[in-house]
Design a protein around this ligand. Structure first.
Ligand code: NDP
Length: 476
């Protein structure tokens, strides 16, 4: 009997994804470059479902029903290209090749084009939720052709996470759309984590509270608007005590954040598209700042900072201020991320439904949160919403928290606490809503030194002033 789906690449992610398919009743073909991995999967989990193991890629391909559905879950980059190159000659028209790794979307666009020439469907598929999600239900973001989704969609929806009975998987858009949305998801994850970290730091400094006390505050926040996986694990981490030293776990960890690159890709793409995603960018740069060891050493010795010492008089008010500032900054970061999705959708012709993206992020993935329901609702009210922040619900939420937000950012500046994501988000809020921006002066400067021209508020057309001559104005 032929298998309904195949997985090649059986390290932690592929192994768990294969088990997830099998547990959901599918007959799953297995392959891995090194056969020992396949054998160990069968030895340890063979009884969980219906597996067909093959040692060679040829046998693996032959063990699949047609049109074939083959999930590649190997190292992103050259590993993925190598597997694709070996697979293509073995496949037949209409077969579907699915790249479920963390590939960069331009690679996916390239691969989709190349496989289309062989009449093969190529699906770049974002999968979020780590090993745990892969096994028990991830959030799945598949791109590729709509036709491939007809055959693949029902299986993916079945193995994905479900929230209120709704699968956390939907067709995203053609070629690289799925991997693109996964990339922005990761960028938003960076921003969300940084914002929570700033809130933690403010509470720690402002209240002089212990990690255990802070854990309680985050636990309480997790029953309100901020309810999310990241707030939940933050409370867990803060409550954890290091077994060896008996100290709060968070205090024994080196304060240098690492990164694998998806935040950087998100920011690079935002620069290309001209979308200000300041929250994600600050979060990404902050990881780099934390890891800038020689610079931090040198700065610590020379930059005294002269700041006041934070004196919090009303504990409850302060906690509430931090919470409001966190929520407002989070709305800004998501609003910016959705702007980037909208801009990319237009640029690359993807027609992405932003409300549906928020819906499939509600479960399975790292940024899963109650708040995402609100985003889906906002885009259902107005699919063309120019700015998430301008939706009535979010505008009210942010406007009503703005005094708290200002108190916190002002307090941080006065007291010398670094809050790059909080403060840049507040700046974005004030910038994007401004009646008039100093960009007018920038335009004048550009015209002065480079004859780059400008437009006027009072008439149509493009103008230039003869700055080095008689300063007369000409219309271009
Ligand atoms: P790894 O990224 O560690 O990759 C190991 C797998 O790739 C092994 O099966 C290995 O085979 C195979 N491989 C590497 N190079 C080649 C090659 N040239 N030809 C054939 N096979 C090759 O595995 P993970 O399970 O951690 O991740 C798989 C993918 O999922 C990656 O793209 C990763 O970025 C992504 N990922 C996603 C996560 C998520 O939350 N969505 C979390 C973690 C990873 P062999 O056994 O023979 O060495």
């Amino acid at each position: 009997e032929l298998a309904q789906i195949g997985v090649t690449g059986l390290a932690v992610m592929g192994r768990n994804l294969a088990r997830n398919f099998a547990r959901n009743g599918y007959r799953v073909a297995l392959h891995n470059r090194t056969y020992a991995r396949t054998e160990s999967l069968i030895a340890e989990h063979g009884s969980e479902g219906d597996f067909v193991a093959s040692e060679s890629l040829e046998d693996f391909v032959a063990s699949l029903e047609r049109p074939r559905r083959i999930v590649i879950m190997v190292q992103a980059g050259p590993g993925t290209d190598a597997v694709i190159d070996q697979l293509v000659p073995l496949l037949e028209p209409d077969d579907i090749v699915i790249d479920a790794g963390n590939s960069h979307f331009p690679d996916t666009i390239r691969r989709e084009k190349a496989l289309a020439e062989h009449d093969l469907h190529f699906v770049g598929m974002g999968v979020s939720g780590g090993e745990e999600g892969a096994l028990n239900g991830p959030s799945i973001m598949p791109g590729g052709s709509p036709k491939s989704y007809e055959s693949l969609g029902p299986m993916l929806e079945k193995i994905s996470a479900h929230v209120d009975g709704v699968p956390c998987c939907t067709y995203v858009g053609s070629d690289g759309a799925g991997h693109f949305v996964k990339m922005v998801h990761n960028g938003i994850e960076y921003a969300d984590m940084q914002l929570i970290a700033e809130a933690y730091d403010l509470l720690r400094i402002g209240l002089g509270a212990s990690a255990g006390e802070l854990a309680e505050i985050f636990k309480e926040w997790n029953s309100g608007d901020l309810e999310s996986f990241l707030i939940e694990i933050t409370a867990e981490v803060l409550g954890h005590v290091d077994a060896e030293t008996g100290k709060p776990f968070v205090d024994i960890i080196l304060d240098r954040a690492e990164q694998k690159g998806t935040g950087r890709w998100t920011v690079q793409n935002a620069l290309d598209l001209g979308v200000p995603i300041t929250g994600i960018a600050e979060a990404t740069f902050e990881r780099s700042l934390s890891a800038s060891t020689p610079q931090r050493e040198a700065a610590r010795q020379k930059l005294e900072g002269k700041a006041a010492t934070w004196e919090v008089t009303d504990r409850d008010e302060f906690i509430n201020d931090v919470r409001q500032a966190l929520y407002a900054s989070k709305v800004v970061a998501y609003s910016q991320g959705f702007d980037q999705i909208a801009a990319a959708s237009k640029e690359y012709g993807w027609d992405i439904d932003r409300g549906a993206m928020a819906r499939i992020w509600r479960g399975g993935c790292i940024i899963r949160a109650r708040f995402l329901n609100r985003i889906t609702e906002a885009y259902e009210r107005d699919p063309e919403l120019p700015l998430l922040l301008a939706d009535d619900y979010f505008a009210d939420a942010v406007n009503s928290g703005v005094e708290s937000w200002r108190r916190i950012v002002a307090g941080a500046a006065t007291n010398g606490v670094s809050v790059p994501a909080f403060s840049s988000s507040l700046s974005y809020y004030d910038g994007i809503r401004a009646e008039r921006l100093p960009a007018a002066l920038v335009q004048a400067q550009r015209d002065f030194f480079g004859a780059h021209t400008y437009r006027r508020v009072d008439k149509e057309g493009t103008f230039h002033t003869e700055w080095s001559r008689d300063r007369s104005e000409t219309q271009q």
